[in-house]
Design a protein around this ligand. Sequence first.
Ligand code: NAD
Ligand code: WQD
Length: 337
Amino acid sequence: MKKTIVTGGAGFIGSHTCVELLAAGIEPVIVDDLRNSEERVLDGLEKITGRKPVIHRIDCTDARAMDLVFATERPDSVIHFAADKAVGESVRDPLKYYHNNIGSLVTLLRVMADHQVKDLVFSSSCTVYGEGDKLPITEDSPTGAAASPYGYTKVVCEQLLRDVCAADPALRTVMLRYFNPIGAHPSAQIGELPIGVPNNLVPFITQAAAGLRKQLTVFGNDYPTRDGSCIRDYIHVVDLAKAHVLALQWINRQSGAVCEVFNLGTGQGSTVLEAVNTFEAVNGVKVPYAIGPRRAGDVMAIYADTAKSLRLLGWRTELTLADALRDAWRWQLALGK
Ligand code: NAD
Ligand code: WQD
């Protein structure tokens, strides 16, 4: 069985990817210090897959600890999810973000080189496009005008990977630009674990519907969109997870150097109000909400052109916004109101 190190594998997207790796006959080995996740994710993984993945509870920026993991596990490839991801916090504490998000990638690349591991899938984000130059947005659109320090860490990591690939053509890397990942595993055994007040829309919707938050504030209804609220490309986390397996398999089929970037979205934009209405319709529950002012740094509309991911990876989404919002609500109910 091929073995993949999954940094951040106990997190939201990483845990769902572990399920899909196992389904594809690839063994995930998690490297995660649980700074933004919980031990019980492993129980959820065991319930879904019948197997409890190995976890090394270490900090990915710790080169000695990472070296030991690689020496012990002898992986074939790596999927690197580990990063801090709270946009607002990154504005208040940029050094934390530059240190962890860039430091962990630098450490990882050094350790991979020392152990002759060549295949890497990296978690990037649509945030690298900033405002974006066209819709739907293609991978060749300009990047580098990210709206936050968090976004810049992804811009820097992508450039770092291009530079390292140019210096070492044997390194084969795919950078995946996720749009807005939402939902949870349909089994409701794993899902997102937002700590404190959620920053992202869907965890806020589920908590408001559950009565844990008084109401959702819709950040602006005066944008020049079909109902005045912002447009995003919400993608079910299970569809997203499957793309990682396809990316690893695609890298494996390439003979020469690989340094490619792919959009991972549905290709469809939905407004905030459409997401709220769909949630209410699919789950039969009300979401208390009020319209508030625009949120600083929000772009009006962004959604993916997914032609490249379909053409090269053979990946397309199978689940809908309604599926994702149904699964997000099941997960909220499983967490307990
Ligand atoms: P998450 O916080 O749920 O998962 C990240 C995991 O990495 C956590 O379990 C955390 O404990 C771990 N981690 C962080 N730094 C670490 C370190 N130095 N050492 C060991 N473990 C560490 O986040 P997620 O939503 O699953 O995101 C995964 C990746 O996808 C991140 O790189 C994120 O920037 C990127 N991304 C996320 C989104 C999103 O909206 N969720 C969108 C685009 C890109
Ligand atoms: C979605 C929409 C809000 C909360 C973020 C990061 C991005 C990427 C994905 C990591 C927006 C509106 C939200 C609320 C609202 N992450 N909203 N009320 O900002 O598109 O993207 O996650 O790479 O980098 O910036 O996602 O879920 O915060 O917001 O009206 O309480 O919901 O204005 O239009 P965003 P989000």
